[in-house]
Write a protein that binds this ligand. Sequence first.
Ligand SMILES: *Cc1c(COP(=O)(O)O)cnc(C)c1O
Length: 354
Amino acid sequence: MNRPNPARPDIQLMSGYTPGEQPDASRPIIKLNTNENPFPPPKAVLEAIVAAATESLRLYPEPSSRPIREAAARAYNLKPEQIIAGNGSDDILTMILRTFVSSGQIVTAPCPTYSLYETLTKIQGGIFQQTPWPDDLSLPIAALLKTKAQVIFIVRPNAPTGHMVALADISELCRKTSGVVVLDEAYVDFADDNGLALLKEHDNLIITRTMSKSLALAGLRVGLGFTTPALANEMHKVRDSYNINRLAQAGAVAALNNLAAFRPGIAAIRSQRLRLSQELGKKGFTVQESQANFVLATVPNNGLTGEEWLNALREKGFLIRFFGSDPSLQDKIRITIGTKDEMDGFLNAVDELL
Ligand SMILES: *Cc1c(COP(=O)(O)O)cnc(C)c1O
């Protein structure tokens, strides 16, 4: 049979998102490639999930994840009406594209950025226009505005660089654009400040958070969006009807009610971040100052290429991230911050390869 490919032509042309590798558990490897948390979540989270599994799996979950939105409202001093929950913050990003971007409209972000934005834009039939970061890595406000984008994504701290733009620049962008600004704060719990206060000033701002990194729940899949009640209301219309299952709702509520329990792990990660940055610097890498739970390092120019570092470190049992498809990142590797022991082992492996 010679049936023509029935998929939409634009879907056939796109390549799809490439997530970081999840190795099979049979081979001992230390995962420093997808910015997961090396510490487990507090016991209260597991207990809440077990209780939910015992009591109520027969029943559908609360469709709008009201228990999560109420717990998040208490934790972040917002109203539940301002909050939307997603099956990971990736699901929130999907809702944003569905709600605000019509076919043919433009979406932009300072690049390099989180590569999923481009994939989601194309799925929605939109056009993703890259706005390059300037050399000083400040927010390119004029260039972003010039694209006339309907949605502008900014990651703060940025992925994959880890650097932060000024909050005043985000405010200026919100004031000057006629579109929606999305401030992706996936890594903000590892940073010195956050943009929550901006929500009071701007009615075109959406802040996204994830429980996958600082809250050590990547496997549970829960993300949050904070915005105005009006925008949240529009986004509720496009989400999958039961987008967060009962177990995830129970675990997320427990995590939000126990935020203090995560602080020691976050502090340990921040301290290892500083140490890894300094040690790699001494070994000839150029390390971008990071406010996230990873660092982006330019490899020494007289040795292995970025891709060769990826492969050599994998042989030594450490999985890191190399962004093969981005020409500006060919001499760079991204390393997730792990425990002190993991960083000891990683730095030893680097020494052996130098
Ligand atoms: C990890 C990450 C996300 C997605 O997080 P999930 O909640 O696991 O879907 C979103 N944005 C950025 C910038 C990320 O790094």
